[in-house]
Design a binder for this molecule. Structure first.
Ligand SMILES: Nc1nc2c(ncn2[C@@H]2O[C@H](COP(=O)(O)OP(=O)(O)OP(=O)(O)O)[C@@H](O)[C@H]2O)c(=O)[nH]1
Ligand SMILES: [Mg+2]
Length: 692
């Protein structure tokens, strides 16, 4: 396998809204570059980057995949990212290591919510930004309409560097606004084209667009501006180098046109990625921390000591753990030892490989800026840094939000619990948005219903365990609204020595979020000091089991203030029991009630659906907190009880024809309205009884 040095590499993250054509475009690039010998189709399940069984079955990308090809003597590393909301965090992994972000916009739908979201992600990492309007062969597609939505969403820095030739089913190529030449494609998806003069009927339109481009490029460069004024024109070379600078500086977002799945106008886009996209070292030095936690910088160069950032992990049930990394500096070699500076453990690397979707191609070394993979690292995870031991350095990790949608799962066969634990552990290594915990039953948390369904499918396919998925669970809490005292006596006389404990405990409400506090006001040893913690333990155990409906009781204080003991019969156990009895007795008198989690919800919908969505939010007990219009989209902020949001995904999809998106996170707990408490309590009791 050929070795590429930094200047000969382009790392490109292809991002955008779900179904906008990213995987198909990646597939066409790999085909045109000769990296594969057929044009893989999403429908046929034979693309390089949607190789996972679930991706093929659902025809959507579920995680970021890496592929590569050579184009114009340059290595293109392509990171094909998912566009569906549930999996959008995967795009952040890719943006962490990409130097160019290629935002893929559907020529029919224009800029949609997830495209805006990834655009914001990019602010965190600062790659060069390019935009391609794709699927231009489709009915009802329009370059100009889509471009309008692009400038509205991303600003006037977005400027066409190509114009499409022909529309919808007649779309057959592009005019290059730098070279002022046309590339006209033959039918047949082979990617064959002829270079021609600009079609006569497009002349005015092309001249005008060329002028706009030249002005935008000259605007950020005084020397170019002067030349442009003097000569009234720039040469193609001047325009190209000015454009490259402007893209790197973020002053221009070049806009391209293509139809990826038809393999129309893909090569000119690849030319631009090589010619205009920054090499890995173009952004200068990268920031990191040294061994003492001080900020340092490191040049992205093969001359520097070795450092590599693991940006993604694949948990393969057969090959084990595969770590994908970007070499940040130096030259990484196989069969050598490095330090994992994040986990502070030594790692021995075996063979290195370049990834082509699911296939790995062995390689002798990997240089600064390049992306590669290594199998079976012992203690290295996503976000960790590997480095030369003598020049330790640690790169910043991408931090992921906590997932909020939880479902209970139950193994179909009893003995599978341990297997499930292990499988989830493995899947958690590659899936940054998956959490699981045991809370009586096994609770899986993720980004949404689709995410959890995919996890369940993988448990079956990859790890051979079948589970039932129960509806999402709302983590209710209980609390008290009143103060009460309880007197509990635990007394038992059985044969030998008996059990005796007696305590008086006061229960009072605390402010929201205070959880549980315990106080001791016992004077004169009416309960000996060593038994006081037992009283607390008894109350603690009882409160976690709740009183009304078996949910943890929170936000109250219990103070033990008097009691009695017996020199022989009193024991820790007896006082624990007395503590829990006091809890149960007091709760009846303390006005117990139920708390429910309230979510901060942000919803983006097409303007015409706003009315429906607002009405629906009302019926979900939502409180609107703000509304904002951006282009053709309305963004709504609201607080809504979690219980009302469990089925929101399908509801929003049907209200907006699939064009809405939402995001939510936990805000706080609030009391459940009185008329709903009974219903929740009854349901929970039935559930607990069924389990017993
Ligand atoms: N007509 C036409 N259809 C396309 C084009 N590109 C993609 N499609 C179709 O659009 C659908 C989605 O394409 P993908 O390539 O999977 O889109 P994606 O952006 O990778 O989707 P996610 O990864 O799930 O976000 C598939 O049915 C493709 O065949 C195109 O240029 N023209
Ligand atoms: Mg895809």
């Amino acid at each position: 396998m050929k070795i590429y040095d930094t200047a000969g590499i382009r790392n490109v993250a292809i991002v955008g809204h779900g179904g906008s054509g990213k995987t198909s475009l990646t597939s066409a690039m790999l085909f045109d570059a000769g990296a594969v010998n057929r044009l893989g189709k999403v429908e046929d399940g034979n693309t390089v980057t949607d190789f996972d069984a679930d991706e093929i079955a659902r025809q959507i990308s579920l995680s970021t995949s890496l592929a590569h090809c050579e184009w114009n003597k340059t290595k293109l590393n392509l990171l094909d990212t998912p566009g569906y909301g549930n999996f959008i965090q995967e795009a952040r992994l890719a943006l962490r290591v990409a130097d160019t972000m290629l935002v893929n916009i559907c020529g029919v739908g224009g800029v949609e919510v997830q495209a805006e979201k990834v655009w914001q992600f990019a602010d965190e990492f600062g790659p060069a930004r390019m935009i391609v309007i794709n699927r231009l062969d489709r009915d009802r597609s329009s370059f100009s309409r889509s471009f309008e939505s692009v400038t509205e969403a991303f600003g006037r820095e977005a400027v066409p560097v190509q114009l499409p030739v022909g529309e919808e089913s007649n779309f057959k190529g592009v005019v290059d606004l730098v070279r002022m030449r046309a590339y006209i494609y033959e039918d047949g998806e082979k990617g064959s084209f002829k270079e021609q003069d600009v079609p006569a009927e497009m002349k005015d339109e092309v001249e005008a667009a060329h002028g706009t481009l030249v002005e935008m490029v000259a605007e950020g460069d005084d020397a170019l501006m002067e030349k442009y004024f003097d000569q009234g024109e720039l040469s193609a070379e001047e325009l190209l180098s000015g454009l490259k600078q402007a893209i790197l500086a973020g002053n221009v977002y070049p806009v391209f046109a293509c139809a990826g799945a038809r393999n129309i106008a893909v090569q000119p886009l690849m030319n631009a990625l090589v010619e205009l996209g920054p090499a890995p070292d173009a952004r200068g030095e990268t920031n990191a921390l040294d061994a003492d936690g001080n900020e340092i910088t490191r040049k992205i160069s093969s001359e520097e000591p070795v450092s590599a950032l693991i940006f993604k992990t694949i948990a393969d049930p057969f090959a084990g753990r595969i770590s994908l990394f970007r070499v940040m500096s130096g030259i990484l070699k196989p069969d050598s030892s490095y330090q994992n500076t994040t986990s502070e453990s030594a790692e021995r690397l075996g063979g290195l490989a370049l990834l082509q979707g699911k296939d790995s191609v062995p390689v002798d070394e990997i240089r600064a800026g390049d992306l590669g993979s290594v199998a079976k690292l012992k203690d290295s995870h996503t976000g960790d840094t590997l480095a030369d031991k003598s020049a330790p350095i640690t790169f910043k990790k991408v931090v992921f939000p906590e997932p909020v949608i939880s479902f209970a799962i139950e193994p179909k066969s009893r003995g599978d619990e341990e297997k499930i634990n292990q499988a989830l552990q493995r899947m958690g290594e590659e899936d940054n948005m998956l959490r699981f915990r045991r809370d009586g039953e096994l609770i899986l948390s993720g980004t949404g219903q689709l995410h959890i369904e995919v996890v369940v499918a993988r448990l079956k396919e990859k790890f051979g365990v079948e589970v039932d998925l129960h509806p999402p669970k709302v983590p209710y809490r209980e609390t008290i609204k009143g103060t009460a005292e309880a007197h509990a006596r635990h007394k038992k006389q059985t044969g030998g020595h008996g059990q005796f404990a007696d305590c008086h405990v006061r229960f009072e409400p605390l402010e929201s979020g205070a959880d549980f506090q315990f106080g001791n006001e016992v004077f004169g040893g009416s309960i000996p000091r060593q038994f006081i913690p037992a009283v607390e333990k008894g109350i603690q155990q009882a409160r976690l089991k709740g009183f009304l409906a078996g949910y943890p009781m929170v936000d109250f204080k219990a103070t033990v203030f008097d009691g009695k003991y017996h020199a022989v019969d009193s024991s820790e156990m007896a006082f624990k029991i007395a503590g829990s009895m006091a809890f149960k007795e007091a709760m009846q008198k303390c006005k117990p009630t139920l708390l429910e989690p309230i979510m901060d919800v942000e919803i983006t919908v097409p303007e015409e659906s706003t009315g429906d969505v607002m009405g629906d939010l009302n019926s979900r007990r939502g409180r609107t907190q703000g509304m904002d219009t951006k282009g053709n989209a309305t963004s709504i902020k609201a607080q809504v009880p979690m219980a009302e949001m469990l089925n929101y995904e399908p509801a929003l999809t049907s209200m907006t024809g699939g064009r809405g998106a939402f995001h939510m996170e936990f805000s706080h707990y609030e009391e459940v309205p009185a008329h709903q408490i009974q219903k929740i309590v009854a349901e929970r009791k039935a559930e607990l009884e069924a389990k017993a």
